[in-house]
Design a protein around this ligand. Structure first.
Ligand code: N7H
Length: 483
């Protein structure tokens, strides 16, 4: 059976965080052996799934108790640590086994055109060789800094005999006040996650959806069956024994153009009744919800199509009507990335599910930017999402989702829709129209206008870099990576 003490904590549980550092580094040439020795001292710092679960349990109970006593719940200090390696990192360590994932092996830079990225937007640091990333999380920045310093001292950073070289570092932080947990466009994020069999109680999965098998997320477990390309038989994969209970981490550094996104919504606001009741959305808010598939609170438009209702924020009991897009456009971000019943006849979605662990980065939009309706070119005001997700197979998960769903204007296949839909269009949040215009249909909740196209003048999410990593089990770290 699965031992949660042996799985890094970010994968199945998530590390508690208000702040998160991604420390990208290279193993110095010729230093693989002393690096392994340092790694042995580092391993005890790693937060396991069991520990991450305990921390969250503690917070839940503390919050309940504080609420009972009518007291505010204090911020609890914590720190979380995880480590993952790229294919180039495996090579640097002399690990030559075939891990069985071609997307991972080629790395994200080589995959960038497949994802639809414009490499001229990529930060130069992500064009360099990156061997590994250490993730550090904490609630306070001082604990984050202290933990990072401790880690750097283990690898003797700053000394002549250091075994690593920092490539770059990115810092994420949750947004302030009521925006906590919301990404920079304003939407509640990180809500819908697959429940994993015998790990989660199933609270986050859709009712009626079975929890995904462990092998959808963890290598070597039941359900890590192979690569699925539509129209082809499942291509089986063989994993080296040390890959068991590891997971692939796709990291994306995504810049968001917030004032531009907001002014697009204003300029294309959907018609709404002139007389508004309290809680009724503006035409811009309605359009935003139709693009994402959820209101800013997180409430799914499939359940509450007319207005936001925060009481629905965490509800997952919606499946979409495969026959039409009256309640939710086929191309809405959450429908593109998890089409639910749209795929019932095509084998379901289990093999495509990913676990997301992103965090926002960058400052709030300034009044100057709001006024100018434009993101500042000042780098210090850059903001967006440090997107991360875990899966056992990148060609089934992240890579497929971006390339074959978000960027594909024909997805989900809609030959039987009423009224007939020529092409749903691309994902308005993350889709790139490769060879097709950036547009979608179905933004209007009025079904007679269902096929009206909405052209996106620009992109609001700009990929600035990223890499594919493998997040090994604790025993693999000890016996293979540090041995
Ligand atoms: Fe998305 N957004 O704020 O608009 N995403 N996402 N995402 N996303 C989701 O359920 C967003 C990105 C998925 O099961 C919500 O968490 C933004 C990438 C998946 O119902 C919101 C960015 C990929 C889901 C956003 C971004 C995905 C999902 C709804 C980039 C993968 C779950 C709240 C800056 C290729 C779907 C929630 C389900 C949900 C937003 C990126 C995938 C609000 C701004 C790159 C699988």
């Amino acid at each position: 059976p699965l031992d949660l003490n042996n799985v890094q904590g970010d994968i199945l549980e998530g590390l508690g965080k208000k702040n998160e550092a991604f420390f990208f580094f290279q193993i110095k040439a010729g230093q693989a052996s002393p690096f392994r020795e340092d790694l042995r001292s580092f391993i005890p710092l790693i937060t396991t799934t069991t520990e991450a679960k305990k921390f969250h349990q503690c917070i839940r109970e503390g919050k309940k108790e504080a609420a009972k006593q009518g007291k505010p719940f204090p911020m609890i200090e914590n720190s979380g640590v995880n480590i993952s390696f790229s294919q180039k990192g495996l090579v640097a360590l002399g690990i030559t086994d075939n891990i069985g994932d071609d997307v991972f092996k080629q790395g994200m830079l080589a995959d960038a055109s497949g994802l639809g990225d414009d490499l001229s937007d990529w930060d130069a640091d992500f064009k360099k060789e990156i061997h590994a990333v250490i993730i550090v999380t904490a609630n306070s920045t001082s604990v984050l800094e202290r933990t990072l310093d401790h880690i750097k001292s283990i690898f003797r950073v700053g000394h002549k005999d250091t075994t690593i070289q920092e490539v770059t570092r990115l810092l994420g932080q949750t947004r302030p006040g009521a925006e906590d947990g919301h990404e920079h466009f304003g939407f509640n994020d990180g809500l819908s996650q697959p429940a994993v069999k015998d790990v989660d109680a199933g609270v986050t999965s859709e009712p009626g959806e079975k929890p995904v098998r462990q092998g959808v997320i963890l290598l070597g477990r039941e359900g890590d069956d192979g690569l699925l390309i539509p129209g082809q038989p499942l291509k089986s994969v063989t994993r080296p024994s040390w890959a068991l209970d590891g997971s692939f981490l796709a990291f994306r550094y995504l810049k968001q153009l917030v004032p531009e996104f907001d002014s697009f919504l204003e300029a294309n606001a959907l018609p709404v009744p002139r007389i508004r009741a309290p809680g009724d959305p503006t035409g811009a808010e309605l359009l935003g919800a139709r693009l994402v598939g959820r209101w800013k609170s997180g409430a799914p438009i499939d359940l509450t199509p007319i207005r936001d209702n925060p009481a629905f924020a965490t509800r997952e009991d919606f499946r979409f009507d495969p026959a039409n897009q009256e309640r939710c456009p086929f191309a809405a971000h959450v429908r593109k990335t998890n089409p639910r019943s749209d795929l019932d006849k095509l084998g379901g979605t289990e093999i495509r599910r990913i676990i997301r662990r992103g965090i926002a980065f960058g400052p709030e939009v300034t009044t100057e930017e709001k006024k100018a309706k434009k993101s500042s070119s000042n780098e210090k005001l850059e903001r967006g999402l440090l997107f991360t997700c875990y899966q056992s197979n990148l060609g089934n998960g992240f890579h497929f989702m971006q390339e074959s769903w978000a960027n594909n204007n024909q997805f989900p296949p809609k030959t039987a829709a009423t009224p007939p839909v020529p092409a749903p269009g691309i994902d308005p949040i993350i889709g790139v129209g490769i060879g097709t215009p950036r547009q979608m249909v179905g933004t209007s909740p009025d079904i007679s206008k269902s096929n009206q196209e909405l052209d996106f003048t620009a992109k609001w999410v700009i990929p600035r870099g990223g890499e594919y990593f493998f997040s090994p089990s604790i025993s693999a770290l000890k016996n293979t990576f540090a041995a």
